[in-house]
Design a protein around this ligand. Structure first.
Ligand code: ZN
Length: 313
């Protein structure tokens, strides 16, 4: 007998769900993720801005297996994170997922899907010394060990953000060889070009693209005198084929500080700077990094940092 009213309530609840379905949960959440750029290709740097209606305590985000850091912004500015789309990423649907905890204790899950669009990189034929195409066993062993060392470095980033503001181009130069080109080296297929080649004369000063710590400064078989800067939170820049290096392992560098000089060491066809960037282990175009404006920094900051950079010369 007393089940009847309960049954009525159940039926009316069910009908409410059918005729008055609840709004999609995302539209009622006090936060959303906005991604840039709007068209995303392999090799791009993706910037995610968290748009919120109340104060945020923490943000934990992932893109596939990539942890996307959202460093605490300065002075209550917007929370933003950077993700890397590897130069050989498969085109298709991806999703950035974030767990946001607010100061009032509420925790929500966000998901922002996007498409990685297909991109065809040009093929380039280059001719280098034969020892760089078929290294002797000693050189082969050395190159393999150096490759392992770099791979280990990409996994050990400083958990703090060391960079500030925007990233600068290390040399003022015309681009000579674009990012991502599929290379045929001495008529043999090589690995894709994971950086950009900036043409400059031997001895041209190379500036640190941003503040960071030197995690490698040594002569490598393929990339010659090479400096790697760890900018923190999975972000690295690499400067190769240098004639001389002005920094050592462990040094802290400022944005714009001269870290090396352009040269032609390692596997090259002439003097230039090979400039590359790793972001959460993804090989991304460093020129895309210079195009990202960091929302958490007031624009006036960049002027202060430029002056500091000049002093660092
Ligand atoms: Zn290069």
């Amino acid at each position: 007998m007393c089940l009847f009213p309960l049954l009525l309530i159940f039926i009316s609840l069910a009908l409410t769900q059918v005729f008055f379905p609840q709004a999609a949960p995302t539209s009622t959440l006090p936060a959303r993720l906005a991604l840039q750029p709007t068209r995303i290709f392999p090799g791009d740097v993706l910037r995610a801005d968290l748009e919120v209606e109340k104060s945020v305590q923490t943000v934990n985000a992932v893109l596939g297996r990539q942890v996307v850091a959202f460093p605490r912004p300065v002075g209550g500015a917007q929370w933003s994170g950077l993700a890397g789309i590897d130069l050989e990423a498969e085109p298709g649907r991806y999703a950035l997922k974030a767990t946001v905890t607010f100061v009032d204790g509420q925790t929500i899950e966000l998901e922002q899907a996007f498409q990685v669009l297909p991109k065809t990189f040009p093929v380039q034929r280059i001719q280098v010394e034969e020892k760089y195409v078929t290294p002797d066993p000693t050189a082969q062993k050395r190159a393999e060990e150096e490759s392992k060392k770099l791979k280990a470095i990409w996994q050990m980033s400083t958990p703090q953000k060391l960079w500030q503001g925007s990233f600068l181009s290390p040399v003022a130069s015309q681009l000579t060889s674009g990012f991502g080109r599929r290379r045929i080296v001495n008529n043999q297929p090589g690995s894709p070009h994971s950086g950009v080649d900036l043409k400059a004369t031997t001895g041209t000063p190379i500036k640190a693209a941003n503040a960071g710590q030197v995690v490698l400064a040594e002569d490598l078989y393929f990339s010659g005198n090479t400096v790697v800067l760890d900018h923190g939170l999975g972000l690295y820049t690499l400067y190769a084929h240098c004639s001389t290096m002005a920094v050592s392992l462990g040094d802290a560098v400022t944005r714009g500080q001269v870290i090396a000089k352009v040269g032609a060491t390692g596997r090259v066809t002439g003097p230039h700077l090979h400039w590359a960037c790793r972001l959460n282990d993804a090989r991304v175009n460093p020129l895309k990094l210079t195009a990202v404006w960091m929302a958490e920094e007031p624009p006036a900051n960049s002027r202060i940092q430029s002056r500091r950079g000049v002093q660092g010369k």
